[in-house]
Design a protein around this ligand. Structure first.
Ligand code: SF4
Ligand code: FES
Length: 260
């Protein structure tokens, strides 16, 4: 009978048989080292069922502790680890290696996985960008319920139908994958961007809210909702599956009809 130690050795070798050797090609930037960004390759043995975030952890913990990126929940909830993976905005914690890796006929990995910071925002270090302008645009659309008059004596009722009106846009986790995939935003960082409009939508169409007109006027600005060219990049990029372009169109329509 095999000893527990032998069992462990067999388990380990079975597990390593499933590992892929993947090259992570990462766009690095460190203003204390150079004014120029550079690409750096790291070889990582990783289970294809693991996520890109796991690969980044292996690099940071075992190969190069200076690699800098944001993450918190590791489960697609906090929105902190949006990055460009193989040229597409995704959350590192929601992207499985098996879904993005290219294999040759022998089953070996044939291409590196490229990882860069999201576009259109100032890179502070490696994969970390300055999110201040993004959150300023979010704050500018007043992302909170506004009501007038005396405090109610009981809860504000809302029908299921009225609640459904803005259900999609409640799902936003403020990851910035949409805004940083928008060509209008790349060309002019003054544009409010899809995420701010999504969060304005969430309150404009809330039947309990009384500041819809005010939010619409804020978005009627030259940097507001009319800058959208409906390229659908934002909808493609959203890890929460929000119909971002549709929400932007609904805000445009509300501006024209003043019905919401
Ligand atoms: S709308 Fe989607 S992509 Fe944009 S910030 Fe919200 S969750 Fe992220
Ligand atoms: S780490 Fe929180 S969404 Fe990915």
């Amino acid at each position: 009978m095999a000893t527990p130690t032998m069992d462990r050795v067999e388990e380990d070798s079975a597990a390593s048989a499933h590992l892929l050797t993947v090259t992570f090609r990462i766009r690095r930037f460190n203003p204390e080292v150079s004014d120029e960004a550079w690409w750096q390759d790291f070889q990582v043995d990783i289970d294809p069922k693991e996520r890109v975030l796991d690969g980044l952890h292996k690099i940071k913990w075992d190969l190069d502790g200076t690699l800098t990126f944001r993450r918190s929940c590791a489960h697609g909830v906090c929105g902190s680890d949006a990055m460009r993976i193989n040229g597409k905005n995704r959350l590192a914690c929601k992207t499985l290696i098996k879904d993005i890796v290219s294999l040759d006929k022998s089953g070996s990995v044939s291409k590196p996985i490229t990882i860069e910071a999201i576009k259109g925002m100032t890179v502070l270090k490696d994969l970390v960008v300055d999110m201040d302008p993004f959150f300023q645009a979010y704050r500018d659309v007043m992302p909170f319920l506004v009501t007038k008059g005396n405090e109610p004596t009981r809860e504000r009722y809302q029908s299921a139908e009225d609640r459904a009106r803005f259900d999609d846009t409640t799902k936003c986790i403020l990851c910035a994958a949409c805004t940083s995939s928008c060509p209008v935003f790349w060309n002019d960082g003054q544009y409010f961007g899809p995420a701010a409009i999504v969060n304005a939508h969430r309150f404009i169409f809330d039947s309990r809210d009384e500041a819809g007109e005010q939010r619409l006027e804020i978005l009627n600005d030259r940097d507001g909702v009319w800058r959208c060219r409906t390229t659908f990049n934002c909808t493609d990029a959203c890890p929460r599956g929000i119909e971002v372009t549709k929400a932007i169109q609904e805000v445009k329509r509300a501006l024209i009809t003043r019905r919401f």
